[in-house]
Design a protein around this ligand. Sequence first.
Ligand code: TEU
Ligand code: CA
Length: 532
Amino acid sequence: MDKWWKRAVIYQIYPRSFCDSNGDGIGDIPGIISRLEYLSELGVDAIWLSPVYRSPQDDNGYDISDYRDIDPIFGSLDDMDELIKKAKERGIRIIMDLVLNHSSDEHPWFVEARKSRDNPYHDYYVWREGKNGGPPNDMKSNFGGSAWEWVPECGQYYLHQFSVKQPDLNWDNTALRNRLYDIIRWWTYRGVGGFRLDVVDTLGKDVDNMVMKEGPTLHERIREMSRAAFQGRGLVTVGEAWSATPKSAVLYSDPKGTELSMVFQFEHIVGSQEKGEKWELKPLPLPELKRIFEKWQKSLEGKGWNSLFLENHDLPRSVSCYGDEGEYRVESAKMLATFLHGMQGTPYIYQGQEIGMTNSRMDIQDYRDIEIRNMYQERMDEGVPKEEIMESIYQRGRDNARTPMQWDDSENAGFSTGVPWIKVNPNYLEINVKKALEDEDSIFYYYKKLIYLRKTMPVFAEGTFDLLLPQDPFIAAYTRTTQGERLLVLCNFKGETLPCSLRTLEEDLICNYKEPGQEGFLRPFEACIIRK
Ligand code: TEU
Ligand code: CA
């Protein structure tokens, strides 16, 4: 089966924040359809949609109450069919987000399951007896508080690794797993081109030993799902695996296709978290970042496949994290794109990354994310100083990625004619798609060129990766080599001109400065791919 996704670039849309077509302040599917021309111009091969299924929206759609229907705030199944069709006309596949670790507590399965212990659906979820008048153990939810919730009708607790409205499904239950595989096949019949699997590493959890990630049954479960619903359909499948290591990634992305196409691993993200604690800020020195990427490039070379990303709907904006929001915003955004897209793997562009959108600092009452709101309350109750909490939110909060897409400089950045569900970043007057399309030197056209290079030059998908200058604190340099081609990628992560003997002037395939390069020097945030 053709692994088209090895040469592809995938664009992630967070539908709620992408484009609102009916003035209710919430992005929707007709809004996405109205912007397909734009995505076709960028040259992406597939669009990953964050969930649009029916949902109470407690976690913005990652709490699903009907896997076979579209939530009215996003549109209808007909709209979804229209999107799949219109995208296919432009050679763009639609990738759906499968949230199979948990459902909404308003899903009919859970409404039944919580009625009594002997309800036929009870065992679709994870229930345990309490201990000493409290929860079975002191496991915590990712969104704060206990991971266990008491249900008097059953005299038991149910597990929820995320919000209390997201009860964990019981993957030890064969009937449940088969119901989920039916759902996946149903979406393949509707013509989707692939799936992103939410927290795929938790599907084999061993609850009684509190092993939530990469549990003992995980890979056999993924292989079962792959056989039942993925294989032989030309799909791309990418699993979100915060706990993945190169060793497990070789299983997840086994070239024989027994599991998935690839995973999102997060070592380059967790590396900037003190003790892996998201809100404890720790700068990640460039040599450490380079070492992590080198490890993943070398570990999966010929044995698996990497995803390549710096942003998604859960992460802060990369230009704010690794680049410069000020004078060199454009150069640094292009530099980060070069750093990532020059590597082996499938690159992901998160909505707005292609125009260099930045983090947004708001008052606490303007944040919408359940994770932010719960963490704020928990830390205020612990007496953490408010400025410290807000600084963590400004730098790491998921709403940084969820402010509305900035289309133009009209009111609400052209996102909606209504009141947006979350505030637009005030810098939309400067940073917007309309301006980008009118500027041949914009970040947008730089991404467009990178995508074109990847599509037309096999060395990007096939070349071996070799890191140079591993200890250099500010310059990233690596080569990509095949039989007949050798590329040198140079990225200056600093806003100053630095000496770099590798900067020669053979032929720049691409460079983020218009003026010709200077031999032996890299200008502030300069990036280039030199054909050796
Ligand atoms: O994210 C899983 C997850 O672990 C992250 O939410 C992470 O815990 C958080 O960003 C703090 O680092 C997936 C989805 O991407 C996320 O949007 C959902 O909230 C979550 O699962 C539950 O479905
Ligand atoms: Ca709408």
